[in-house]
Design a protein around this ligand. Structure first.
Ligand code: FES
Length: 160
């Protein structure tokens, strides 16, 4: 194993796509979103470090469980710069997501348990409906039920 940035250390976008099972367009998207990065050859072709495979795997898993891209980027930004992250770096980064995942699981269980009732009810009351107010953030300060109808003056709460 040499220390040069030889072909063994780097991949083209096609190689990265094949090896990660991700489309080239998705990889370009990840790069535009600054989740992965590449260097350009003199011929202006992208070259990715081998470690990018691990990043792509992590991005896809995180997306699958619904972690927003901005949070994925924040977590990846915490990895060391200027060197390839080691096992401990990755572990520390993933531990930062434990709370986030636990919260999502709690929320999904809550929604699952409320869903059947809400389909029958339809009130979407901010004060007590789990679908209208999935994370309970607004419930505490409300002065009464607010109906989320299409012409309401209040924008729908953004989730995530
Ligand atoms: S729709 Fe009425 S409680 Fe959810």
């Amino acid at each position: 194993m040499g220390m040069s940035e030889g072909a063994g250390e780097e991949m083209s976008v096609g190689q990265l796509a094949r090896r990660s099972g991700t489309s080239v367009s998705a990889l370009h998207f990840y790069e535009r979103q600054r989740l992965i990065s590449s260097r350009r050859t003199p011929g202006n072709q992208r070259r990715y470090h081998r470690d990018t495979l691990r990043r792509v795997a992590l991005i896809r898993i995180a997306q699958r469980v619904g972690i927003p891209l901005v949070e994925i980027r924040e977590a990846l930004d915490r990895l060391p710069e200027g060197r390839v992250p080691n096992r401990r770096d990755w572990k520390r980064m993933s531990q930062g997501w434990q709370d986030e995942l636990s919260e999502r699981i709690r929320l999904l269980v809550h929604l699952r348990d409320s869903f059947a009732n809400c389909v029958g009810c339809g009130c979407l009351s901010i004060s007590h409906c789990a679908l209208a107010n999935p994370d309970d953030r607004l419930g505490a300060g409300g002065t009464g039920p607010r109906m989320l109808v299409p012409d309401t003056e209040e924008p729908l709460p953004e989730s995530g």
